[in-house]
Each structure stands twice: as structure tokens, then as C-alpha cells.
Write a protein that binds this ligand. Structure first.
Ligand SMILES: [Zn+2]
Length: 107
């Protein structure tokens, strides 16, 4: 007998390499979760079932856009100020450059 539990899980996307069906194995004793492709054998280990599913399903291009609303807020508020003063394009351009540069440093 072993404690491993294997099942084809509808929550799992197809294999990113071959498109095959993925199987989730959970080792109850150690709480280790393994997702394995039934066709090509691609594997991924994680500390628990939820992470295993989330990580297996993650794909390039799923990420959030780099520039968030939070990042854009300083430039937006400056633009709103300028609607009232109707001058200072230089300040706007400098602020946009500052925001974009600070975003680029985070990558
Ligand atoms: Zn595969």
C-alpha cells in the first residue's frame, strides 16, 4: 500500500509541452503534490495541492500588465492639475518619464 493518490484533475490545464492530460499526485504523508503529464512525463513538484494546480496552470502571458493603475496615479493626478492651470507640458513629460523609469527598475 502507498499513500499516494493519483487522479486526472479537470482543474489542470493540458501539458504545456505536448498537450497531454495531466495527473495530480498528492503524497498525504508529506503533503507534497506532484503534477505529471501522462504523455511526455513532464513533472512539477509543489508543497501542496493548491500551489501545484496554480503553478502547473500558469503560462507565459498570464502575468498582469507591467504598468498598474497605482503606478500611473502620480501622472494622472498631475495631468488633472494641469487641466486647471493649462500650462506646464514640461512637468508632465518629466513626470511620465519618472513613472516609466521607476516601473522599468522593478522588472
Ligand atoms: Zn506532456
Amino acid at each position: 500500500m502507498n499513500d499516494d493518490e493519483a487522479k486526472l484533475d479537470p482543474r489542470l490545464k493540458e501539458c504545456p509541452l505536448c498537450g497531454g492530460a495531466a495527473t495530480l499526485f498528492v503524497t498525504k504523508e508529506h503533503g507534497i503534490a506532484l503534477v505529471e503529464c501522462s504523455q511526455c512525463g513532464l513533472r512539477r513538484h509543489d508543497q501542496n495541492e493548491a500551489w501545484a494546480i496554480e503553478n502547473w496552470n500558469s503560462r507565459v502571458g498570464d502575468e498582469e500588465p507591467n504598468l498598474s493603475l497605482q503606478d500611473a496615479k502620480p501622472a494622472i493626478s498631475l495631468l488633472q492639475d494641469l487641466l486647471e492651470t493649462t500650462s506646464g507640458m514640461e512637468r508632465v513629460i518629466l513626470k511620465i518619464i519618472e513613472v516609466l523609469e521607476s516601473e522599468a527598475e522593478n522588472e
